[in-house]
Ligand binder design. Structure first.
Ligand SMILES: NC(=O)C1=CN([C@@H]2O[C@H](COP(=O)(O)OP(=O)(O)OC[C@H]3O[C@@H](n4cnc5c(N)ncnc54)[C@H](OP(=O)(O)O)[C@@H]3O)[C@@H](O)[C@H]2O)C=CC1
Ligand SMILES: O=C1OC[C@@H](O)[C@H](O)[C@H]1O
Length: 330
């Protein structure tokens, strides 16, 4: 079925867009213009200008639009955010987050593969770095009262991938302004790489890949941070709270293949998208127009951060996929 036919179908309430990043903007736009609600995979768009235009369109048409950042909707993430907002770790001050998978890009990806192809907005930042930024944002930004949240300042370094010129590693320092009475500025360090691993052992031996530090304690999350299953809360009074968070699915050893890379990377579990899909369905039933754990304004701010990282490191995609219809007309 052609996408044009799909969006004309009266039986369709909502469309899940899961094409390569380069195609999110035109695909989402087609859906919204045809009156369809949309759940759109990460990274939301190629740049913030595209995200802003889609958000404006969704709001004008009173349609639901949400970035499908599945991690935000896991019970594990709800627990971590609540441990922060309830004050269990004291005044939150700093977070580190790493999402690195030693993917050996030369071996695993042809130059045309969406992970490394600039024409499809390939590169580590939009595909994997988005998860490191998600952890920094959902702990240091989303946990602050809405009215005091401020976009971060950004300093970054990027290493490029020789064969195609996209980014293969990024290190981002984020400073979130916060008033002195509430604890002052917060620092976040987000890292991502195709060439080293958050957990080289693949069994947790490398330790946590997210650390969230407050005045009274620390929260830790074990990799992979896009779909974590293990947390530890350590408090200054000696408390240690270990938890595991099973993901629904056929289970390790089932030989179930998640469709990503070769069988060496089969994950054996993967129904975790249930939670974000459920959120989208609940929003439609309740008449909400955004996801409750990452609003559209926050998705735009995160796209702004990635734009800034690319600007600082002289990284751009072809104009044909950076453009918006608005800036094409100007
Ligand atoms: N949340 C998660 O865990 C994951 C999220 N993702 C995200 O999902 C999205 C898709 O990733 P993935 O499934 O790996 O992508 P694929 O490369 O497998 O493409 C998905 C679909 O997009 C369409 N497509 C692919 N290439 C092109 C192209 N050059 N031009 C037009 N359409 C194309 C095809 O749809 P058709 O058959 O209809 O033509 C294809 O089946 C990305 O945003 C990615 O970041 C990916 C993996 C895991
Ligand atoms: O979104 C994703 O999460 C799972 C990873 O394996 C993959 O790189 C990425 O696209």
């Amino acid at each position: 079925m052609a996408y044009e036919d799909l969006v004309e179908d009266d039986n369709v309430d909502i469309v899940y867009v899961s094409t390569p990043h380069s195609h999110h903007y035109p695909n989402v736009k087609l859906c919204l213009e045809s009156g369809k609600n949309v759940l759109c995979e990460k990274a939301f768009t190629v740049n913030a200008a595209q995200a802003k235009e889609l958000v404006q369109l969704a709001r004008e048409k009173n349609l639901f639009l949400m970035e499908a950042l599945w991690t935000r909707y896991f019970p594990l993430s709800v627990y971590v955010r609540e441990a922060i907002t309830s004050g269990r770790v004291g005044t939150i001050m700093r977070a580190y987050a790493d999402n690195s998978l030693d993917l050996n890009p030369e071996e695993n990806f042809s130059k045309k593969h969406r992970m490394v192809n600039p024409d499809l907005a390939g590169g580590v930042l939009l595909d994997m770095g988005i998860y490191s930024l998600t952890w920094i944002f959902q702990t240091l930004y989303t946990t602050q009262p809405l009215e005091v949240r401020k976009a971060p300042r950004v300093t970054s370094s990027v290493r490029k991938y020789g064969p195609t010129g996209v980014d293969e590693a990024a290190t981002i320092l984020l400073t979130f302004p916060r008033d002195t009475q509430s604890g002052g500025d917060l620092h976040g360090i987000a890292t991502t790489s195709f060439r080293v691993a958050s957990d080289i052992s693949n069994n947790g031996a490398s330790g946590p890949a997210v650390r969230i530090q407050g005045s009274e304690g620390e929260l830790q999350v074990w990799p992979p941070i896009y779909r974590p299953t293990r947390t530890r809360l350590i408090l200054a009074d000696g408390t240690i709270e270990d938890k595991t968070w099973p993901q629904p699915g056929p289970g390790q050893g089932s030989n179930w293949y998640n469709g990503y890379l070769d069988s060496a990377f089969a994950e054996g579990e993967g129904y975790g998208m249930f939670w974000e899909a459920d959120e989208a369905a609940m929003a439609l039933l309740e008449g909400r127009k955004e996801g409750q754990y990452e609003g559209l304004d926050e998705s735009i701010i995160i796209m702004n951060v990635m734009d800034e990282v690319r600007r600082q490191n002289d990284l751009s995609y072809p104009e044909s996929i950076e453009a918006t219809d608005k800036n094409r007309q100007d």
